[in-house]
Write a protein that binds this ligand. Structure first.
Ligand code: BDR
Ligand code: CA
Length: 313
């Protein structure tokens, strides 16, 4: 089978970086057409820079990186330096990128790419707030029917929230964008906190990354060393959850994940629960299913895959 063509829409972020490295380490399954940066964990100038740092770390300066939206559709940007550090990629010492940003806006790249490829041949992989994707759907509704699948990290049901008691960060930052995407009719697979909180880097798992001994693998171990302090303190967990790599791992080995096809609506009105993913996991409404919402993960299988692939870079 030919590799799946994807666009990674991202706000790196250490876990975004690992997700990108996993995709670039898996050319038999994944063909990365381009990376589109969005404001999220840190402002756009940094996410656009970090995406290029990660491409260079993987030796893939051929991947076009586009800068996208620098703010949510209708709200002020909320960032997460308290988790990811000032640069968004705190941890390893990585050089500034040499590669330039690709010309043009990320939203135009998303629209053009979906129009240029046959319908059903391009998958979108959002790892941050959904601003770029929603803007593309608003500007060019004809592309919605051309999307093969959207596989995204965002939301939660059982784990409820991380940035507020009720909301997960990516959805909270731009709930209006999330609402547009979840109501678009595109086929959506969601990696919520319910799954990503099971993708925990224990000390043994991080030692296995470090033991690979290559620059990208050591950088992943160092990113995790930095990123995990927050979750250890907050949750008392043994290490950091690798949220975004669940998206790229799903493209490679979907059998690692299980979930339900259910209705998911986004709260955009209430201040108290803004950005909540109201997921009808138990089927108590007659609202139509619009998302494949994951609930469980084979964590050992996930880390075996990630460690094996990182060794390939
Ligand atoms: C999500 O928010 C960001 O901090 C991470 O990169 C991930 O995409 C987890 O809530
Ligand atoms: Ca992210």
């Amino acid at each position: 089978m030919s590799p799946r063509k994807i666009i990674i829409d991202t706000d790196p972020g250490q876990d975004d970086a690992v997700a990108i490295l996993l995709a670039l380490a898996s050319p038999e399954e994944i063909d990365v057409l381009g990376i589109t940066a969005v404001a999220g964990n840190v402002p756009l100038a940094l996410t656009a820079k970090n995406a290029r740092i990660v491409c260079e770390l993987a030796g893939r300066t051929d991947i076009p990186v586009y800068a996208g939206c620098d703010a949510p559709l209708r709200r002020r940007l909320v960032t997460a330096e308290h988790v990811h550090g000032k640069t968004g990629l705190d941890g390893p010492s990585l050089p500034d990128p040499h590669m330039a940003l690709a010309d043009g806006h990320a939203v135009d790249f998303i629209i053009r790419t979906l129009r240029e490829h046959p319908a059903g041949k391009v998958t979108l992989c959002p790892l941050g707030p959904l601003t770029n994707i929603a803007r593309a759907f608003q500007d060019a509704p004809d592309i919605i029917g051309r999307v093969d699948e959207i596989v995204l990290m965002g939301g939660a049901y059982f784990e409820v929230g991380n940035i507020t008691p009720a909301a997960e960060f990516n959805i909270y930052v731009d709930p209006e964008a999330a609402e547009i995407v979840f109501r678009s009719g595109a086929s959506i697979t969601v990696m919520p906190l319910d799954v990503t909180h099971k993708a925990l880097v224990t000390p043994e798992r991080n030692d296995a990354f470090r033991a690979i001994g290559t620059r990208p693998a050591i950088a992943v171990a160092e990113m995790t060393d930095f990123f995990e302090r927050f979750d250890k303190e907050k949750y008392g967990s043994p290490g950091a959850p690798l949220h975004d790599p669940c998206v790229t791992a799903y493209l490679i080995e979907p059998g690692l994940f299980s979930g339900r096809h259910i209705n998911v609506e986004i709260e955009t009105g209430s201040d108290l629960t803004l950005g909540m993913t109201v997921a009808d996991w138990w089927g108590v409404t007659d609202r139509p299913a619009n998302a494949h919402f994951m609930g469980d993960l084979d964590a050992d299988g996930f880390f075996a895959l990630l460690t094996k692939r990182l060794a390939w870079l």
